[in-house]
Design a protein around this ligand. Structure first.
Ligand code: SAH
Length: 248
């Protein structure tokens, strides 16, 4: 069993790369793939870069060249659902492209030929429970540090299993946010890679696990909240999430 572990931003993956034991590095298509083990599990860890194309090409390399059996994606996202706050975790139950639109040939959001709006995403039996056990009020200080717990009010982290929407757009306007809320009402958060990962994994019949931490609320304040969260918190969240997933 080999896990392909990826994230779209350097901040989200650099801590995970440091966990790799006996690392060996290969460069393909502008990406640096680190091969080795974490908690005795075989892994290939890579910074995929932002957006759907970058994610899809990286997943394809992980599958075709490194023969991974499961993809794990960890990263940050804009919260869409009103009950989610910065620091909460969404484990994807399914993924949809909010920018896929081939009307009038197909319904909005439907991926042509595959004829699907939503791609179901794998969730390990105990993953939600284990993440809830990891991100408790007692543990959160040791994961991210007291200063950031206070700054981002991370005392009560919620872990939910919900749908995620992806598109090649940093969502920071009420207009786009409301369009997603009104037309994809089950979506919890928005980001730029998950559905691309889910589509490639569906086509190759490989399970993927997609875990997103809310960094902003995908509205006018998104770019202000997003940067410090990405810089100071995302890396430690990724380390805790990947460790939880691989120690199951
Ligand atoms: N920092 C980069 C831009 C990152 S784009 C730059 O300056 O060029 C945002 C990344 O965070 C993407 O990988 C996306 O998946 C995620 N993300 C976080 N909040 C988001 C939001 N509100 N809308 C879309 N993607 C978001």
């Amino acid at each position: 069993m080999i896990y392909g572990i990826m994230a779209a931003m350097p901040e989200e993956i650099e801590g995970v790369v440091k966990l790799v034991e006996n690392p060996e590095v290969k460069f393909i298509g502008g990406r640096e793939y680190t091969i080795g083990t974490i908690h005795d599990k075989n892994v290939v860890v890579v910074f995929s870069r932002w957006g759907k194309v970058a994610a899809a090409s990286t997943v394809t390399t992980l599958i075709d060249v490194f023969h991974v059996n499961q993809i794990v994606f960890t990263g940050i996202a804009g919260g869409i659902h009103h009950d989610l706050k910065v620091g909460d975790i969404v484990v994807a139950s399914s993924c949809v492209f909010h920018d896929m639109d081939t009307r009038p040939l197909n319904d909005r959001y439907v991926v042509p030929l595959i004829n699907k709006k939503y791609f179901d995403v794998h969730v390990g039996a105990r993953l939600l429970e284990n993440l809830q056990g990891m991100f408790t009020s007692n543990n959160i200080v040791s994961i991210v540090g007291q200063e950031w717990v206070e700054q981002f009010k991370l005392n009560e982290v919620m872990v939910v299993n919900r749908a995620i929407a992806s598109g090649d757009q940093f969502v920071n306007s009420h207009e786009v946010r409301n369009d997603i809320i009104n037309n994809l009402s089950d979506v919890a958060c928005v980001e730029m890679e998950g559905a691309a990962v889910a589509q490639i994994c569906f086509e190759h019949d490989i399970p993927c696990t997609i875990v997103r931490t809310i960094s902003d609320s995908a509205d006018h304040s998104a770019s202000i909240d997003f940067e410090p969260f990405a810089k100071y918190v995302a890396s430690n969240y990724s380390i805790a999430i990947v460790s939880t997933l691989l120690s199951d």
